[in-house]
Design a protein around this ligand. Structure first.
Ligand SMILES: Cc1ncc(COP(=O)(O)O)c(C=O)c1O
Length: 387
């Protein structure tokens, strides 16, 4: 997308622009519906509750989930923490991929110290770190395992992991899928994924505002709440309600953000995630081909025969990635992110730690001209440097 803002290619971090209708819906909530949902019965409370329940329906419908088991909160990080801390106990064994984001690694490391978890990493294929179904199944079969944690797609390389096939192979061991990079970018039917839980951001591929995300829970999966507090329901009790969504949604929710996320999901449902996916795949392939053809440029963690979301990581020989990203912004108006992308484990696995990479991410409003502008700028950097 090229506008007065420049060329935005940082969709792995967050989407920009948001879906049409999101800003208006956020504004309408604040101007006309901003009661406290579920608290009391006056008209603004009812309006807020309606807006949030409509958003819940839309998120659930887009992702193939049961609305009652679609929890809305601050983001993927919060919901991943909720599952890990609500599920794991002393000495539990957890199998995970080598490509996990710090939203997974940091809570797991803390629980490893506090609870003595055993963390077992599936190293994956040599060049991509993507684990095969057989590798994860073997690790799970080796000892009693409490949980498998997998990103659905790497936020560094864009590689898609075979989470449905792994979930089927390791059943009944539950699988937590970190869908931060796939919700809105890949067609997802949670009812058929076989995962126990799917956590995602609302502000990336779902095209909603920052500060919202969702957790989808399979039938019969129960979690201890990470946060306890008021829900507007069962106020006579000092215990959290037993039912969802109230049990896991304490405190006043981010009504404007959630309403905006609902509008974004309605737009995506209309546009179709399949169409978004086709576009992002086409643009990413064009970028990969263009960049790979430049002497000195290396793509990282990509297997052209495998599936990817609209993200790719590259480096330019002899050019510091941070300086390259700053130069692309300054000289060409191209915005993307260099460094470790909050995923040191993935960079270690791909051999790009500690220097990191430059990451380009494409969204539903990215164009072929955006891709070509990036490729030409990188060609210039590779031949002439960035000073
Ligand atoms: C793979 C992955 N997991 C989790 C997160 C955390 O998402 P959020 O910052 O929306 O909580 C991100 C965000 O970059 C991510 O890429």
């Amino acid at each position: 997308m090229t506008a007065r803002h420049g060329t935005y290619l940082d969709h792995g971090a967050t989407s920009f622009p948001k879906a049409p209708g999101v800003a208006d819906t956020v504004g309408r909530f604040l101007n006309e519906e901003a009661g406290n949902p579920g608290r009391g019965g006056h008209r603004l409370t009812v309006a807020a509750s309606r807006a949030i329940e409509l958003a819940r329906q839309r998120v659930a419908s887009l992702l193939g989930a049961d609305p009652e088991r679609t929890l809305l909160g601050p983001g993927a990080t919060f919901w991943i923490n909720s599952v890990l801390q609500g599920w794991l106990g002393p000495g539990d064994r957890v199998v995970l991929s080598a490509l996990e984001h710090n939203a997974v690694m940091r809570p797991l490391r803390r629980l490893e110290r506090g609870l003595g978890l055993e963390l077992v990493v599936a190293e994956g294929a040599p060049s991509t770190g993507v684990p095969s179904v057989a590798e994860v199944a073997l690790l799970v079969a080796a000892a009693p395992t409490r949980l498998v944690v997998l990103c659905h797609a790497s936020n560094v390389s864009g590689a898609v992991l075979p989470v449905a096939e792994i979930a089927a192979a390791v059943a009944p061991v539950p699988v937590l899928v970190d869908g931060a990079q796939t919700a809105g970018n890949l067609p997802i039917d949670f009812s058929r994924l076989g995962a126990a839980a799917f956590a995602c951001s609302g502000h990336k591929g779902l095209l909603g505002p920052p500060g919202v995300g969702a957790l989808l829970l399979a039938d019969r999966v129960e979690l201890e709440p990470l946060v306890c507090g008021g829900t507007g329901s069962r106020s006579e009790s000092e215990e959290m309600p037993e039912w969802l969504p109230d049990r896991l949604e304490a405190g006043t929710p981010n009504g404007p953000g959630i309403a905006g996320l609902g509008a974004a999901c309605a737009w995506l449902a209309d546009r179709t995630v399949e169409a978004v996916r086709d576009r992002e795949e086409r643009l990413t392939r064009r970028a990969a081909e263009g960049l790979a053809g430049i002497p000195g440029v290396r793509l990282h963690g990509r297997d052209e025969a495998a599936a990817h979301v609209g993200i790719l990581s590259f480096t330019v020989g002899g050019v510091d990635s941070g300086e390259l990203a700053a130069w692309l912004d300054r000289e060409h108006g191209i915005m993307l992110r260099a460094g470790l992308h909050c995923a040191p484990a993935a960079h270690r696995r791909l051999g790009t730690f500690p220097d990191g990479t430059v990451r380009a991410g494409f969204g539903p409003f990215s164009t072929e001209e955006d891709v070509d502008r990036l490729v030409e700028a990188v060609r210039h950097a590779a031949s002439s440097g960035v000073r």
